[in-house]
Ligand binder design. Structure first.
Ligand SMILES: [Fe+2]
Length: 661
């Protein structure tokens, strides 16, 4: 028997219908010579099964300098599909190993030619140019973009089967709800109204549906202040440089609250901050529920804690719209804070979470698949950060944001209000401002770490932003050694055009993309890709995983309120607060859904589920990225030992690569 010249490993993808019974043939091509046609076949064994790695020892013509593989299959077998992950080839004589990442469905009869490492920019002199163009033309048919309704971000028209969840990560909310009810031994008889505020805590169990930490602090002003800095809606607070014109606050009202200072003195000392929800005016609500469009004023006290100073629940000042103060009767002030938080969580769920991460990134993922070949280095950089994004959006919108679904039942705004907020805010979202963390912080006047102490989102998100930016910049430098290479990259320029093209014309409609649809420099591309990776990982993690901590105890963050907001300062009683809060059944539903939404089921940032990058130079950059993340993780863990409360949400170990939930 002839001795083995090459050992070949073929890995079939772990996807539905990925395996094949077809006969597979290959040829290895070197610079000077090629092998004969080799049939990859093992007698009496079922090759190319889903998720399987098959080994073949071959005896063929010696070719040591393989630069590409030619691979094809026939159409034998019942299943006419094969998803090939990767082919690895070891030349026995030289000991050289070659890697051919396919990550493609292999159609019968077509000869695929994949280079060693399969990483290249498009080029007119590329001998495989036609294959690249055919594949992209197919992707453009598969990934079409459209908005669900006018004004909403673009989404994929039909979910391609490749975007579905794997068997290991099935996200089925109905099954999860049933399982959670069973494992938590929650009682179905939690219906009706609450007896008193303490009764609110009686619904929780020791297991999965535990009492969130927010339940212990929800009445405290200090906690209310910290919700702006360390919880799910972390990026709406602004430095106050002038009192908002609609806010009827006066020096006399707040002098004792802001340590004897005048409002101007507090402004000059950069100790006054505000949140203005004027954009919520007139947003439709579910049923007869109501939503405020409040303005909140906050002050950093001597202990460096952010404290609420004044809340006006609606925009137009007047007798029926007073400025509520911490010095007002206890339950009146508490009720004002509840209505403020109801507006805050409406904005959070609609825009900070759904609009600015899930939906904005879906369009980006779609145009990436349409414009960048699987061989393009930028496709390989971005792909891990889009894992299950299209699938979760399709599932979540279908099940939670559907007519009569969870959002309609459990949130004041309901589905239509949610879409209206997305519509209003998406018009203002710019990649180079809200999507670029340092610019976002600067635009809100809070980039300086001496301004707004205790802003833990900023403290942990900024180093993460810088680590991602360094990773992206170092990675791009491998492939683009001059601006001309970017300017001449047809795929990246086509991608840039579709990113900025209006949704109605089949684009993504993103504003503020550096270069405005034409990348001129590596810096512009770096900022853009950093924004996408940061949004898919850090921005989503910060706004997603603390949902149970917040919504799981509705008095701390009420998604729905009953009745009307207070229109005067007359003292309220405990039962007024109780009556305004969601009933037991709604509370239980909110607990269960937000618990499911807060579960992390995918890998941490840098630990990619699918390995797309094999280029040794790029692997060095990936390793540095992982090293930087590990170092930051240790630092944040150390910091969290001193922090009270802890801020675990942006420890890189807790941040997934993608928006998968
Ligand atoms: Fe999410």
């Amino acid at each position: 028997m002839a001795s083995t010249t090459h050992t070949v490993w073929v890995t079939t993808g772990d996807k539905k219908h990925a395996g094949t019974d077809a006969h597979v043939s290959v040829r290895f091509h070197g610079d000077k010579s090629s092998t004969n046609v080799i049939k990859l076949d093992k007698f009496f064994r079922n090759d190319f099964e889903r998720g399987q790695k098959d080994t073949f020892n071959l005896s063929t013509k010696e070719v040591d300098d393989i630069n590409h593989i030619e691979l094809w299959r026939d159409s034998v077998g019942l299943k006419d599909e094969w998803y090939l992950d990767i082919v690895e080839v070891l030349c026995r004589k030289s000991g050289q190993k070659f890697v051919f990442p396919f990550h493609r469905w292999i159609k019968s009869g077509y000869h695929y030619r994949i280079r060693h490492l399969d990483t290249s920019l498009p080029s007119d002199t590329d001998p495989f140019k036609e294959q690249r163009e055919i594949e992209l033309a197919e992707m453009k048919q598969l990934y079409e973009i459209q908005a669900q309704a006018p004004g909403l971000p673009g989404q994929v028209k039909n979910l391609p089967s490749d975007e579905n969840f794997s068997d290991d990560y099935q996200w089925d909310i109905l099954t999860k709800k049933i399982n959670l009810k069973l494992t938590s031994k929650i009682q179905e008889h939690f219906t009706g109204k609450w007896k008193n505020l303490e009764d609110l805590k009686n619904i929780y169990t020791k297991e999965s549906l535990f009492l969130p930490d927010s339940a212990h602090h929800w009445k405290e002003d200090e906690y209310f202040g910290s919700q702006r800095l360390t919880k799910v809606n972390h990026s709406v607070i602004r430095l106050c440089t002038a009192i908002p014109t609609n806010l009827a606050v006066t020096d006399d009202m707040v002098k004792t609250i802001i340590e004897g200072l005048s409002l101007q003195q507090a402004i000059d000392a950069k100790r006054l901050f505000y949140i203005d929800y004027k954009d919520l005016e007139g947003v439709p609500c579910s049923g007869d529920r109501m939503l405020c469009a409040p303005i909140g004023l906050f002050f950093v006290n001597k202990e460096k804690k952010l404290m609420p100073v004044a809340i006006q629940l609606n925009q137009k000042p007047g007798e029926d719209n007073p400025v509520f103060l911490p010095t007002d009767p206890e339950y009146t002030w508490l009720t004002a804070k509840l209505w403020f938080n109801n507006a805050d969580c409406s904005y959070h769920q609609a825009f900070t979470h759904l609009g600015a991460t899930h939906l904005m990134m879906e369009g980006t993922a779609v145009v990436t698949n349409r414009n960048l070949s699987r061989s393009h280095p930028v496709f390989k950089l971005l792909a891990p950060h889009f894992l299950y994004l299209l699938a979760i959006n399709s599932r979540a919108l279908g099940e939670l944001v559907s007519p009569g679904g969870w959002v309609d039942k459990s949130m004041s705004i309901g589905r239509l209000g949610m879409f209206e907020i997305v519509r209003r805010e998406v018009r203002k979202w710019r990649m180079d401002v809200q999507g670029t963390l340092p610019n976002d912080l600067e635009s809100r006047g809070v980039l300086d770490e001496n301004v707004l102490p205790g802003y833990l989102y900023r403290e942990d998100a900024l180093p993460l932003y810088n680590i991602i930016k360094k990773y992206v910049g170092d990675y791009l430098a491998i492939y683009y050694d001059s601006p001309q290479k970017i300017q001449g990259d047809k795929e990246i320029q086509g991608w840039a055009q579709e990113l900025v093209k209006p949704v109605a014309e089949g684009g993504c409609g993103v504003q503020g993309v550096p270069g405005k649809g034409k990348f001129q420099t590596i810096d512009e591309l770096t900022i853009c890709l950093t924004s996408i990776i940061f949004t898919c990982s850090v921005a989503h993690a910060a706004t997603n995983f603390a949902q149970y901590d917040q919504y799981g105890f509705p008095p701390a963050y009420p998604a729905a309120m009953n009745g009307k907001p207070p229109a005067d300062k007359s003292p309220l009683k405990e039962d007024c607060v109780l009556n305004a809060l969601p009933d037991k059944a709604t509370t239980l539903d909110t607990m269960i859904i937000t618990k499911i939404l807060s579960d992390k089921g995918t890998n941490s940032l840098g630990d990619f589920e699918v390995q797309y990058i094999y280029d040794p130079a790029a692997l060095v950059v990936v390793e540095e990225f992982r090293h930087d993340l590990k170092k930051l993780s240790l630092l944040i863990k150390e910091k969290n030992k001193q922090r009270c409360p802890r801020y675990p949400w942006l420890d890189p170990e807790e941040v997934p690569n993608a928006i998968s939930i």
